[in-house]
Write a protein that binds this ligand. Sequence first.
Ligand code: UDP
Ligand code: MG
Length: 338
Amino acid sequence: MTRAGVAVTHTAPPAETPKISIVIPLYNEEESIPHLVEALDAAIANYGQPAEVIIVDDGSRDNSFKLLKEYAAGDPRFTIIRFRRNFGQTAAFAAGFAQARGEVVITMDADLQNDPMDIPLLMARVDEGYDIVSGWRKDRQDRWLDRKLPSMMANRLISNVTDVKLHDYGCSLKAYRTEVLRHVHLYGELHRFIPALASQVGATVTEVPVNHRSRQYGSSKYGISRTVRVMLDLINVWFLGTYSTRPIHVFGTLGLSSMAFGVLIGLYLSFIKIFLGESIGNRPLLLLAVLLVVIGVQLVTMGLLGEMITRTYYESQNKPIYVVREIVNDFVDEGDTV
Ligand code: UDP
Ligand code: MG
């Protein structure tokens, strides 16, 4: 089989369709790979259902891909996707999701900080009916100051701002019903927000405490600078979730308030000038009034531009502004829909 511009190699395909697809982004983890493969093998045997493993090599510059290819050559349960360069963990997840054939996708890290033996724990909650089950590293084995503390603060904030209440958004070990992932579009570093994004399209989310270990091999790919990016992403997710189909409401409200303040101050200054005859040319308040009105006009305009962009976004791809779960007695043919 070939795909445009992609080299594809094959062993004999596995006999059964997988129930779960384990998706693992991997970047320069050559030392972990033998242990990872061994742990996955044991965990799949322990879980007892057909599984596939999709490892996305995110442009590793060490021997990772060579090793992975060797394993996959002897085991058709393993699919390896190799990126041309480092596109980041979110892109790796997106590639893995697109490749997944199982009913449920399980994600985890390649560094074995997550324990694949926890899969039955997650699946038990999926079988109860949840669409997303998120791992909670209750006893997290990372440094406190630059890892656990920022993460603790971020978790609090995210749970306040989004509808999804979890203790640990950053844990990679999660289970997703594949059908809900089809409605989630990932950009940037938004993989941490998949539960929030999925819940915006109606997915149900829960969490279970999972095992966590310190990193044994290789080194972490992220530093403290990630905190700022997470904050910005949070604003983005909040905006997309709440206002993306009505940007005029958020920008317009801010803009009108700003204008109203500006006009009030302007009226006050006019009163002083006209009725009390005082000079107002040298008052800082005048500057503020002008500034508020100008900012207000700009914000309203930005809201209107946002409205136009929203229309282009939805209408150019015939994207509905809702997500249907199921229809009873649907008599409309595919061709009939407008
Ligand atoms: N990773 C990736 N692309 C990147 C950075 C990281 O695929 O650009 C992978 C990495 O190999 C690991 C997972 O994402 O499997 C999580 O990364 P890491 O363990 O460095 O993060 P931490 O656990 O320290 O937060
Ligand atoms: Mg890690």
